[in-house]
Design a protein around this ligand. Structure first.
Ligand code: NAD
Ligand code: APR
Length: 249
């Protein structure tokens, strides 16, 4: 792994700035459950009942109960060393943006300046009737929460299965992927589309793919370097290696 981290650091420095692409795994060490790993959310809940427009139509209270439960967990969570490592890579000019599938807002809380949220943000909600947008400071006391303007039903401003991704975010992510010579993929199973295409776009344009994951994923087959390990342990070591290379030219 030591050799691989050095190789990854060399690519990061030589072809900087990379972009980063993150999934639920980067927040696992903050105590936020992933979707598909062991103990993942989809093991305990069926996405059809929760993360789809039909589910919300059928039972908005159940869907909000699930989101409130996740908001409680995220409200208590703190960014972990993996999030802070990406902030340091941004400060060092080695990555220019984090494209994330996560809705927990932990990249922003860690101090990341450039974050593209492909699946929305769990703290934002919008009215189904008048499209009023609001940001929750803490989990809502009563669910389903009502629109303060028109009394209509609020929904989480999150992308559900079967829904399109926010257009602006998706376009930005594709432009970033097409114009980067490398991508640092952290903590994603890479199976959910279209978000999962982002690393493949970098590869198709001749860019390098460095992956950090505790196990192989759908991205691993196209990874130039696969750093097997927990993001909270591997990323700080990658930062240290890259900092040494930058210092000695
Ligand atoms: P989809 O229904 O086409 O499914 C695409 C992927 O979602 C599948 O490849 C699979 O990996 C995953 N998936 C679907 N059903 C699953 C199940 N029962 N168990 C585990 N994984 C399952 O999804 P889509 O139409 O591409 O969804 C659009 C977007 O909504 C996707 O980018 C997805 O990531 C996003 N989404 C967000 C949340 C959230 O809470 N942020 C939840 C679900 C989906
Ligand atoms: N360090 C690095 N990787 C980790 C860690 C860790 N500490 N813990 C788990 N992982 C990896 C798992 O091996 C897995 O590959 O993180 C990945 C988590 O994958 P998923 O649970 O599928 O999460 P994600 O890839 O973000 O799912 C994509 O699907 O349900 C939708 O919208 C939801 O954004 C989510 C999308």
């Amino acid at each position: 792994l030591v050799e691989d981290i050095r190789r990854a650091a060399e690519l990061l420095v030589q072809y900087r700035p990379f972009i980063a692409f993150t999934g639920a795994g980067i927040s696992a060490e903050s105590g936020v459950p992933t979707f598909r790993g062991r103990g993942g959310l989809w093991e305990r809940f069926r996405p059809e009942e929760l993360a789809t427009p039909e589910a919300f139509e059928r039972n908005p209270r159940l869907v909000w109960e699930w989101y409130r439960w996740r908001m409680e967990i995220i409200y208590k969570a703190r960014p972990n060393p993996a999030h802070y490592a990406l902030v340091e890579l941004e400060r060092l000019g080695l990555i220019r943006c984090v494209v994330t599938q996560n809705v927990d807002g932990l990249h922003q809380r860690a101090g990341q300046h450039c974050v593209v949220e492909l699946h929305g943000n769990i703290w934002r909600a919008r009215c189904m009737r008048c499209s009023y947008k609001l940001v929750f400071r803490e989990p809502p006391r009563e669910v389903p929460p009502r629109c303060p303007r028109c009394g209509g039903l609020l929904r989480p401003d999150v992308v559900w299965f079967g829904e399109p991704l926010p257009e602006e975010a998706w376009r930005t992510a594709v432009e970033l992927a097409e114009s980067s010579q490398g991508i640092l993929v952290v903590g994603t199973s890479g199976v959910v589309m279209p978000a999962g295409y982002i690393p493949h776009i970098v590869k198709q344009h001749g860019g390098y793919v460095v992956e950090v994951n505790i196990e192989e994923s759908a991205v691993t087959p196209i990874a130039d370097v696969f750093l097997k390990g927990r993001a909270g342990e591997v990323l700080p070591r990658l930062v240290e290696e890259a900092r040494k290379l930058l210092a000695h030219g």
